[in-house]
Design a protein. Structure first.
Length: 146
């Protein structure tokens, strides 16, 4: 009896292929809403910190796209592993980008790091929602739902 899972590549209509575009959309929304809130505060140091965090998360998302798309070519285990790896890559690149802005660019540390949390968490929540949302599932070869 063969116990290896079948290699099924997702169709372009499945969430994994829509994930990068959806996360970029959320990143744009976070940028616009954050900018509107910062208009009320009107402090240059917070604007600089928010800008550094937003650009770092944007670069981190760009770096993680190839990992996500490569993982979509395998079975379910490879896909989950690839998504976890992409999340780790994204976190490392985002934190490294903000730390680089703080240390080398002399950006204010507290607004930069707090803004990183404010920008990164909605992106992570959107990615999680996109992957865990209920929807039609393909049936497995055994006839049950996956």
């Amino acid at each position: 009896m063969n116990t290896t899972p079948p290699k099924v590549a997702p169709s372009p209509s499945e969430p994994i292929w829509k994930l990068p575009a959806f996360v970029f959309g959320i990143l744009v929304v976070v940028g616009v809403v954050g900018s509107l809130v910062l208009l009320l505060v009107n402090r240059v140091d917070i604007w600089r910190g928010f800008g550094a965090a937003w650009v770092s998360v944007l670069l981190a998302q760009l770096v993680s796209i190839p990992v996500i798309l490569l993982s979509a070519r395998g079975d379910a285990r490879k896909m989950v592993g690839g998504l976890m790896a992409a999340s780790g890559v994204r976190l490392i690149v985002a934190v490294a980008g903000v730390l680089l802005a703080v240390v080398v660019g002399k950006f204010p540390p507290v607004p930069s790091l707090f803004s990183l949390v404010a920008v990164y968490l909605p992106v992570l929540a959107a990615e999680t929602w996109m992957l865990a949302r209920p929807g039609p599932r393909k049936s497995s070869p055994g006839g049950g739902k996956t």
